[in-house]
Ligand binder design. Structure first.
Ligand SMILES: Nc1ncnc2c1ncn2[C@@H]1O[C@H](COP(=O)(O)OP(=O)(O)O)[C@@H](O)[C@H]1O
Ligand SMILES: [Mg+2]
Length: 443
């Protein structure tokens, strides 16, 4: 499977094995870590338990692996120079959690809590039971029908439309970031928390470019590349391409290099290759995957319209009105309404509602011990919080000293790495400028 990776040769760092341990409690015991289920460039994902509601949840921890490390449970920068950048990423993570929480959509996994702890930030997501599209693609016994594929695309487009209307870009749409439940309903996950400004020239995280080969459009590979809704649509088209053909499409950089060098585009259009799909459906995928952003489908809404138009052309069936049946149904509804209304009126007469019950909630009877219990609970929680803060402060001091000692050793190792990485960067820049030159030629 293609990993989401950060192009920043000078800052590569191992995050494997840096996850929180099983049984660790967060937010004063409200959540308990079960196990790690993922680690991407910016975060670690855990299966956890909401101990109060007694249900499983997913917790995402902000962990930009290239600039941080863990001491005990705390996350710290791996070099003082990364401090501002790290704080900015944590702040963006929280901001993005808020943005995602605002988006209520049946095909977007909901965020229902976000908090800061252990020197970093966390978001709590609903657990979506299902498997990702990559698993489905790789499972030969579970091929999706064209109707199912179409249904997935329509639902994900509707979700992306909402994301874009909220001025966000997903930036990491790929088969492993779309989950499918047992009824075939898709859900979009992994909103690239903290990546919101990751490619902006002015930002403190300007050196980080987040890409997934095969799915990311070429503008994701170029520092300062203009990203927009059609960039997400490129990645969605690449995902659909993979789902339909069984193969991921070629890397967009390879496409650009080939075309800039006067060679044919290595992308093989899917139009005409899969007769079980409508032509316009396949054509839209090819169009969304154009190298030049200007030539792509520009919005999720436009894409949905293209699909809808085709459906109307093919599937409009005129159903003749059955007058007798309509009349019978209206009569039945009217009769049922009459019956319900009269039964309701009768009930009101037979059983008058006691006065107390129709007044406001404040007047309900509440035993004294409830207030006492609530007060004691609040005090206990406050006490627990103070103790946790004191323990965290002590731990932080210890970690700071450890960090200093580790830092000395680490800097020596980094210096060695950087020589190699500088060479790599020169090569990357050479390719990037070739792409920019090619794009600016108006392709
Ligand atoms: N809300 C969720 N419900 C169920 N599984 C999830 C959920 N969020 C993430 N996962 C699982 O965890 C994996 C990693 O999470 P993801 O958010 O994609 O982070 P990353 O790819 O950056 O590691 C996903 O591929 C998926 O299998
Ligand atoms: Mg993911």
């Amino acid at each position: 499977m293609q990993e989401t990776r950060i192009i920043d040769a000078s800052q590569t760092y191992e995050s494997q094995g840096q996850g929180l341990p099983t049984g660790l409690e967060l937010l004063g015991g409200k959540f308990k870590i079960d196990r790690q289920i993922g680690a991407g460039g910016f975060g670690i994902t855990y299966l956890a338990m909401d101990t109060f509601l007694e249900r499983a949840v997913v917790i995402k921890e902000c962990f930009p692996e290239s600039i941080c490390m863990r001491f005990g449970n705390r996350v710290t920068v791996n070099a003082p120079a990364h401090d501002a950048q790290y704080r900015k990423i944590v702040e963006m993570f929280m901001r993005e959690a808020r943005s995602i929480a605002k988006m209520r959509h049946p095909n977007i996994v909901s965020v229902h809590q976000a908090f800061e702890e252990n020197g970093t930030a966390y978001m709590v997501l609903d657990l979506f039971e299902g498997r990702d599209l990559l698993d489905v693609i790789e499972d030969d016994n579970d091929a999706l029908s064209p109707d199912q594929v179409r249904d997935i695309l329509v639902k994900v487009l509707d979700a992306i439309d909402l994301v874009h209307k909220n001025d966000l870009l997903h930036r990491d749409i790929s088969p492993d970031n779309i989950l499918l439940d047992k009824w075939g309903t898709p859900a979009l996950i992994d909103f690239g928390a903290a990546r919101e400004d990751a490619s902006q020239k002015t930002s403190a995280v300007s050196t980080m470019l987040v890409v997934k080969d095969g799915y990311s459009p070429h503008e994701f590979y170029v520092a300062g590349g203009v990203q927009g809704p059609c960039s997400d649509l490129y990645a969605l088209a690449a995902t659909m391409y993979h789902l339909i053909t069984g193969d991921a499409p070629p890397n967009s950089q390879t496409r650009v290099s080939a075309m800039a060098g006067g060679e044919p585009d290595p992308y093989e259009p899917i139009i005409g290759r899969f007769p079980q799909y409508e032509t316009a459906f396949l054509q839209a995928i090819d169009q969304a995957m154009r190298v030049s952003p200007k030539e792509r489908i520009q919005s999720a809404k436009d894409w949905l319209d293209l699909i809808e138009q085709e459906t109307k052309k093919v599937k409009t069936v005129k159903i003749p009105e059955n007058k007798t049946l309509t009349k019978t149904l209206s009569e039945l509804i009217e009769e049922t309404n009459k019956h319900v209304l009269s039964a309701d009126a009768q009930k009101r007469v037979e059983a008058p509602v006691p006065r107390k019950e129709v007044t406001t909630g404040r007047e309900y009877f509440q035993p004294e011990w409830v207030e006492e219990f609530n007060r004691e609970t609040r005090e206990a929680e406050e006490q627990k919080r103070r103790e946790a803060e004191r323990a965290a402060a002590e731990e932080a001091a210890w970690h700071a000293e450890q960090a200093r000692l580790e830092q000395v050793a680490r800097l020596a190792a980094l210096a060695e790495q950087q020589a190699e990485q500088a060479r790599q960067q020169v090569e990357d820049e050479r390719i990037s400028s070739k792409i920019l030159e090619w794009v600016s030629r108006g392709k």
